[in-house]
Ligand binder design. Structure first.
Ligand code: SF4
Length: 321
């Protein structure tokens, strides 16, 4: 079994707002093994993108630990962080707004190499940029093109090339294909999988769409209002979802078969406010199985079977375990 590259322990991020403390991420734990992908799934506002940014310290955590190769990076000083930035990178959702429109393809991909003094001459820079463009499938003739001259797929390839420039070990992929057409999505996902295999990369793949992470993830974590509600190996999660929220998410994925049509579980009820949230299950107001206990006690994340974790007071009863 491969060892963990990332270990997250009781990670929290609270934002101060005029109405109180917004619990964006509220005590989550997970590991990501070397060379594997953890898919992190949930609706907008569930804390998945905040979690990605906390891991890279693009924002500072309120509490908890993020271990990278066994060391807590939340305690790193500026110099240690400067070194670490080479190892941990991010690919953003919208390649258009995340790329500087005034910079050419070669300038965007080459910028991290200049900032981190990873090349010693213009020739070396040009050679490295050409290699990176080749790696991500961008033809050489685009070297002087600007982002607005390219389609979404090629723009995302620039983002991936830039993220790879410093030979990172870990990449947070924040909805990297959500802004792309379905056919282009498949191309970019294939590229990311090939790169993972060739370069031994470890990914945290954030998305609101479970179907996108099905094939790319080893494990999947489902988040709801700052909490992790279920985590399991990808195949197991799709075959045997146990949390009522995961079941609802899975029921929303279209099935290309008339015979095996499944019923969509529609979530009703108001969404609990993440500001000064009351104790109890965050999903209780939308859960058709909620009982009194759900409104008073926080459910813990409990292991059921092989690496399958669920946070629900009634997992056994609801799944006939
Ligand atoms: Fe539903 Fe209660 Fe389980 Fe929460 S703890 S998911 S409200 S049954």
């Amino acid at each position: 079994m491969s060892e963990s590259l990332i270990q997250v322990k009781n990670l929290k991020k609270y934002f101060k707002t005029p109405k109180g403390l917004l619990h964006a991420v509220d005590g989550i734990d997970f590991d990501i093994k070397k060379g594997e992908t953890l898919g992190v799934v949930g609706e907008s506002g569930c804390g998945k993108s905040t979690t990605g940014r906390l891991l890279l310290r693009l924002i500072e955590a309120t509490d908890g630990e993020v271990l990278f190769e066994g060391k807590n990076v939340l305690k790193y000083n500026n110099e240690q962080m400067r070194q670490l930035r080479k190892e941990m990178q991010i690919i953003f959702q919208d390649p258009f707004s995340s790329l500087n429109p005034r910079m050419s393809v070669s300038e965007i991909i080459g910028e991290p190499l200049i900032i981190h003094k990873a090349v010693s001459s213009k020739e070396e820079l040009a050679k490295k940029v050409a290699q990176l463009m080749d790696t991500v499938g961008l033809t050489e003739r685009l070297v002087n093109a600007y982002p607005h001259e390219l389609d979404g797929g090629r723009r995302q390839r620039i983002g991936i090339g830039r993220a790879l420039a410093l030979n990172p070990k870990f990449i947070v992929c924040d909805e990297p294909v959500s802004a792309l057409d379905v056919s282009i999505q498949a191309q970019v996902l294939n590229l990311m999988q090939d790169l993972q295999k060739d370069l031994g990369l470890t990914y945290m793949f954030i998305t609101h769409d479970l179907s996108v992470v099905k094939h790319i993830s080893n494990d999947i974590a489902v988040m709801y209002l700052g909490k992790l509600v279920e985590k399991a190996p990808a195949k197991e999660l799709f075959k045997n979802p146990m949390h009522p929220y995961t079941k609802a998410l899975l029921s929303a994925i279209p099935v290309p078969s008339i015979k095996n049509k499944k019923e969509r579980i529609l979530l009703k009820g108001e969404i609990t406010s993440p500001i000064n949230p009351a104790p109890g299950c965050r999903f209780a107001k939308r859960c058709q199985y909620a009982k009194e206990k759900c409104f008073t006690d926080d459910p813990a994340l409990v292991k059921f079977g092989n690496d399958h974790f669920v946070s629900c007071h009634f997992t056994k009863e609801l799944n006939n375990l």
